[in-house]
Structures are given as structure tokens and as C-alpha cells.
Design a protein around this ligand. Sequence first.
Ligand code: MG
Length: 537
Amino acid sequence: MRANKLIDNLYSNCNLKSHRCGKFTFNCHFHLCVSPCDANAISALCPVEAFILLYGLSYFSSDLIPPGVCNILNPSTIYANNEVDLDKVDIYGFDYDYTLALYSSALDRMIYDKAREFLVKHYKYPEGISKYDYIPSFAARGLHYDIQKGLLMKIDAFHYIQLGTVYRGLKPVPDEEVLELYGGTHHVPLQEVSGFYGKGPVMKQFMDVFSIPEMTLLAAANDYFNSNGIEYDPGHLFKDVSVSWIQSKFTLYSHFLPTEKYIIRGDETYAVLHRLVSQGKKLFLITNSPFSFVDKGMKYMVGKEWRDFFDVVIVEADKPHFFNNCGKPFRRLDGNGDLQWDKIRSLDKGQIYKQGNLFDFLRLTGWRGSKVLYFGDHLYSDLADLMLRHGWRTAAIVPELEMETRVVNTEQYAQSLTWLQALTGLLERMQMHRDLESKEVLQDWLKEREEAVTKNLFNPHFGSIFRTCHNPTFFSRRLCRFSDLYMASLSCLLNYDLSYTFYPRRTPLQHEAPLWMDQLCTGCMKTPFLEEMAHIR
Ligand SMILES: [Mg+2]
């Protein structure tokens, strides 16, 4: 009879126990309590029926969730990959876009519209592409793009494409076709998937928050060509969209007017800078954006005297080359933003510098090692070199954390994830049963495990930026590698005293027993807002 052996095994190996409270517990990888009448009902069933009842445990996965686990993550938490003692940090450095300045999706739409216009008017792409409006929920940061095949996809930490997340234009590519396109595997070799800065010869990883509209335009143009049966070279399209996107950013730099429609949380940026300076910290800014653009935004957020907060201001720095190429000297800009020709022998407060390089910066300031903490949103351009080559402490701004935390706090997510883990535990225990009936059931479980994913709770096309079905994403692995700390926005700093030490949670390695239960509160309750900052929120 189907699944007899599995049922027998559940009863004999999973320690069905009667408790004095009148409940029965199956001790597998999880604990399930059933009432006495449920237990009687199960024992009265034939094994197959009992098994199906047990198999249907997903309906009761809410019973597996400890009380109070939903809605406990605080979206303003700072998370630690590495221990950081703020007391030892004397100097705070910042990127500008998506670090000091956070933007709304209205800015993404503006960049998309301008880039689409450039693609059609300058490169003479078909007018039909103009009919594709911006889709704010389509793309997600950290995705890879296969330049020659014209495919957008999510790749995990082990370089495997997550099936179900491959898009040609705006349409998903069937799993069988993906396997066929990649030679019978969905693994992409390191040399193809990524160079040091995420630009492999075959794939590009989009790590910039600004690149969401670029990915969306690529998808729209690919979709237009594919839907209309027009032959084209995806390599040319990739280059042309890339240039159109850069042109769109140039337009943004010259015409952008900072308003509440585009810039969010400006008050909190002011509060962070004011608090750091008032506690004796030194601040500096290194951005790739031009001075006029930064000046307008900072005046809007912080006020006319924003430069008083900073000891050094560097614009158009050309990161990541700023961090690893010592060829470019600093140049000074005058009050009108015009380039000066004098030799730079010191980096002075109140001055604006352009270009330069980190080696001169370190020589002129002496700001070395772990007394410097640098904040940026781009894992490659802002943080990778600093972490791997120069020994500054790094903090990643990940605005997506806010939305993802909201999802993780829902009961639906908790139930889906708990059931996924329970199912995985059952599969691990029961996989040795090789009789035909058991194998059929195991196949059903495997199928359900693939379907019982939480992907749709996040971005409906690509899921969470941090996880594929069962693994961390490529983005996640890089985030852990290149950042000591990560947080949704700079304003999270307002929740912590400046002598606070961030401790990473000690999660057990695969070969270690989960013997400790410390730090359960990380992200949950240990970050009461400082009273003096309460008015900001
Ligand atoms: Mg940035």
C-alpha cells in the first residue's frame, strides 16, 4: 500500500509520544501538536489516509510557528556581517546618490523616460518602443543580464540561475529552454558571470539602484523586437541602452530640481550629519556625481551651509577607479564650479575637489584603517576595494530592506517558510525509502518544496534580492563579503548611540550543532529610538 513504509517510519522514528496534557508530538525537525481527537482520528485511518492527512500538514503550518514571531523585525535596524565598534570610528565617509540622498521611484521613471527617448530619437530605434511605459515593479537590483542572449535573470551564490526567474523581454523563459540555452545546465561559470566589478564578458550584474530603469528599458526593447518578430543583435541593444541610460543621467544632472517628489528622508540626512559633527566626528563625501547636482540636493536636504558639515568634499571621483588607480590627481573647483589649475598639497575644509585618487587622499588626510567607516549603496564601486584592499570599515545602504522586512514580518511569509523547512526536514528523514509508493510520495514532496516558495511575496518576477528558493543570491554573497554593516537607509544610525558595538549573529556553520540561543533579539527589540531624535520620525 502506498507510503506504508513512510508512515511506519514516521511512527517508529519520529517518536510519537503521548503527553500528560493530552497532546501528541511528532519530533521530526519540528514539533507538531495534534489534539487527542485528531490523534484518534489519525490512528483510525488506514496508513495511506493517515499519510495524506500528515502530508497535508501544510494546512496546519501555522501551528508550527512559535507565538510572536511575526512582525518583530524593525526595519530601522542596522545589521552586522562583522563586528564594528562605533566608539573606535572617528571619521565617517559617504557616497551621495542613494546614500545621503534617497530617491523615490518617480526619479526612476524620469530616468527611464529620458533614456527611452534617447534610444528612439538618437539611435533611431523603432517608435513602438516609446509605447512601453515604465514598470516600477518589474526589475530588481542584483540581477544578471546575458548580453548576447538578451536574458535577465537571478543567479545564486553558487552561480546557478534560479529557474523561473529568467526573462526574455517581459516574458518568462520556460525552464527547459533555459537548460537548453546553457548547454544542459543552469550553472554559469565564474569567468562568464562576473569580473571583479560584476562585468563579465558574457554577463553584467546590475548593482546600481539607478540601474532599475536601465534593466526595465532593456526588457521593454527586447520585448518589442521579440513580440514583433524583428531580428536584432542583443549586443548592440545592450550598448545602446547603456549609453542612453548614461545620457539620461547627464540630463538629470543638469535639469534636476530637488523636491519632495524625488528626494525622500532629507530631514533624516540632516539629523545624521548634525549628530555626527556635534559629537566630534570628521565627515567627508566622495561621489561620482557633479558638484552642481550634489549642491542642489544637499541645499534642499541639509540647508545652504551644508558644506560646513564636511571636512573634505570630492565630486566626479570616478569610483571604483578612484580607489585603485593612483594616476589621477585632485583638482580644485572654485565657487562657480570651474576647474582650477593649482597643485593640490592639502585637502581643505570648505573647498570642493574633483577626481583624485584614494592613495593621495590617504597621504593628505592620514585617515587610514578601521577608524574610517564609509557608507555607500554600490557594493562594487563604493565598498569592494575599501574592504578588500584598504581596510576601511564599510556600511552598505540597501533601500530594498525596508520592503523586504515588511514581507518577512507577515504571517503569510512565516507560514510559507516554516512549511518549507518542515517539508525539507521530512524529505531529509524519509529519502531512504525506495519502494514505489514511497518514491511517489517523495516526488510529490519534492515538487511541493519547489512550489512552496516565498518568491511571489516579494518581487513577483524575481523574488527577494537576498535569496533564491533555497540559497543566498549572488547579491547576498557580495553584500556579506564587502560590507561590515548594512541597513535600509542612513537614518538607521539615529537609532544607535555612537559608542554602540554591532555584533554579527553567530549562526551555526553546517557542521556545527545549534547549541546557542543568544542574540535572538537582533533586529527585533534592542534598538529603542533615541529620544532626542524622536521628532524626526
Ligand atoms: Mg550611490
